[in-house]
Ligand binder design. Structure first.
Ligand code: ACO
Length: 388
C-alpha cells in the first residue's frame, strides 16, 4: 500500500515560522537592534537593573518606585531554599553538571510545593518569581557543596546579582562587580522566540504548572547549540593564551572549517548589540582585575576573525565576551549556563504568560513518509532490521 503524502511545506528548524504575536521583544538582526517592550537594550543596560527589566518583561511596563519595591521584596522573601532541597543537593554526585543539578532542583521545588498547578495567571507569575529568586541560591549552594564548603544562606536584602556573588564566596561583593553582573543578567533576560522560550511555551500550552514550564526551558538551554557557547569561547581564549597566538589560531580554525566560538548568530547578521555592551564592560573589568592579557587575547581573536570573515554576515555575538566577564568575576566556567537560567526565567515567564492569555495547545504535524497497511508478521519470521 502506498504512503500518504500531503502537499505540505516542511519548516525544519521552524525557521521563519511565527507562533504568536508578541509585545515582549523586538530584534532587528540587520540593524544591530534589540528592544525589550520597546526600550532599547542600550538604554536598559545604562539605566535599569535586572529587577526592573524583569518587571518590565513580565508585566509589560516599567515599574513605579512602589511597584519595584514590592517586586524586589517578593524576590528577597523567596530567595532561601528549604532544608530538604539542600539535603537533595548534598546527595547529588559532586561531579554532576550544574545544569543537570539545576534542572533536578527546579523540578524538586514543584514536588515540594503543595499546590504546584494553578490556572490563575498572577499566581503563575508568583510561582515563576519564587523559582527565579531561588535559582542563585541553588547554583551557589551546589558550587559550594561540590568544593567541600557549606552553602551560604542569602542575606535577604541584596539584588539577584549581588546575592549570587555573595552566596558564592560569603564575602560582600564589590559594587562594580555587582554592576557588571547585573548588566549581564539584563542582557541575557530575553531574546524573543529562541529554542528554550519555545520549549517553555509548548509546555505551558498544555496548561502544565510553572515548575514543568521552567524545567523544560532549562533542559532546552542545556544543549550546546543554545546555552554553552560562552564556555567554549572562554576556553578558546584560555587555550590561545596570548594575543600573539590569535592570528595562527584563527587561520588554522577557518582552514579546518572549525567555528570560531562567540561568532555568528541565526538572527544577527551584523554586530550583536549585547556584544558591544559586554565588550566595553569586559575592557573596564580587565583593567580593574589586572587581567588585560585575557581581554587582549579575546580582542586579538576577534580582530583576526573579523578580518578573515570580512564580507560574511558572521560577526561577534554576546558569547564572545560574556564568558570572559564571568571568568574575571571569579565564576567557574560550568556555571555560565546556569547564570543564563538565572536571568532568562524572566523572558520565559513573560512569553508563557503572554501565550496563556490566549492559549492554544501547540500541536504541529509530522509528514508521514513510511508505509501503511503492512501484514503483521509472526515473531519467527521477522527480519530484525529496518523495513526496506
Ligand atoms: N565561525 C566560522 N564560520 C561560521 C561561524 C563561526 N562562528 N558561524 C557560522 N559560520 C559559517 C558556517 O560554517 C557556514 O559556512 P558554509 O556556508 O561555508 O558551510 C555559514 O557560516 C552558515 O552557518 P550556519 O550554521 O548555517 O548559520 P546559522 O545562522 O544557522 O548559525 C550559529 C548560527 C549556530 C550561532 C553559528 O554561527 C555558530 O555555530 N556559532 C558558533 C557558536 C556560537 O557562538 N553560538 C552562540 C550564539 S549566541 C547565543 O546563542 C546566545
Amino acid at each position: 500500500m502506498s504512503t500518504i503524502r500531503e502537499p505540505v511545506v516542511i519548516h525544519k528548524g521552524l525557521d521563519n515560522v511565527y507562533v504568536k504575536e508578541s509585545k515582549i521583544c523586538y530584534i532587528d538582526g540587520e540593524a544591530s537592534k534589540l528592544f525589550y517592550r520597546g526600550y532599547s537594550i542600550e538604554e536598559l543596560a545604562s539605566h535599569s537593573t535586572f529587577e526592573e527589566a524583569s518587571y518590565l518583561l513580565i508585566y509589560g511596563w516599567l515599574p513605579t518606585e512602589s511597584q519595584l519595591d514590592q517586586f524586589t521584596r517578593k524576590l528577597e522573601s523567596n530567595r532561601a531554599v528549604e532544608p530538604r532541597l539542600l539535603e537533595l543537593l548534598r546527595k547529588l554526585p559532586p561531579k554532576s553538571d550544574p545544569m543537570d543539578v539545576l534542572r533536578t532542583a527546579v523540578s524538586a521545588l514543584g514536588v515540594y510545593d503543595p499546590q504546584p498547578a494553578t490556572d490563575d495567571l498572577d499566581a503563575r507569575i508568583d510561582k515563576a518569581l519564587a523559582i527565579l529568586a531561588k535559582v542563585p541560591t541553588i547554583i551557589t549552594a551546589f558550587q559550594r557543596l561540590r568544593t567541600g564548603s557549606d552553602p551560604i544562606p542569602p542575606t535577604g536584602h541584596m539584588t539577584q546579582a549581588g546575592e549570587f556573588l555573595y552566596m558564592l564566596t560569603g564575602h560582600e561583593p564589590k559594587p562594580h562587580d555587582v554592576h557588571v553582573m547585573d548588566v549581564a543578567l539584563i542582557l541575557h533576560a530575553e531574546h524573543e522566540m529562541n529554542a528554550s522560550t519555545f520549549a517553555c511555551t509548548v509546555t505551558a500550552s498544555t496548561l502544565a504548572d510553572m515548575y514543568s514550564v521552567i524545567t523544560s526551558g532549562i533542559g532546552t538551554l542545556r544543549g550546546p547549540l543554545h546555552g554553552g557557547a560562552n564556555e567554549a569561547a572562554l576556553r578558546t581564549v584560555l587555550d590561545v593564551g596570548d594575543p600573539s597566538n590569535a592570528e595562527s589560531y584563527v587561520v588554522d580554525a577557518l582552514a579546518h572549517k572549525k567555528r570560531i566560538m562567540g561568532f555568528g548568530h541565526r538572527v544577527y547578521k551584523t554586530w550583536d548589540p549585547r556584544y558591544l555592551i559586554l565588550k566595553k564592560l569586559g575592557e573596564e573589568l580587565a583593567v580593574k582585575k589586572e587581567q588585560t592579557k585575557l581581554f587582549d587575547t579575546a580582542l586579538a581573536i576577534e580582530t583576526s576573525a573579523r578580518r578573515h570573515l570580512e564580507g560574511t554576515p558572521i560577526f561577534p555575538n554576546v558569547d564572545s565576551y560574556s564568558g570572559i566577564v564571568f571568568h574575571m568575576l571569579g565564576i567557574e566556567t560550568d556555571l555560565f549556563t546556569p547564570i543564563f537560567v538565572m536571568s532568562r526565567i524572566s523572558g520565559w515567564t513573560a512569553h508563557t504568560i503572554e501565550y496563556l492569555e490566549a492559549n492554544r495547545l501547540i500541536r504541529p504535524k509530522a509528514l508521514y513518509v513510511g508505509k501503511i497497511g503492512l501484514p503483521y508478521p509472526p515473531i519467527e519470521s521477522r527480519s530484525g532490521k529496518p523495513q526496506e
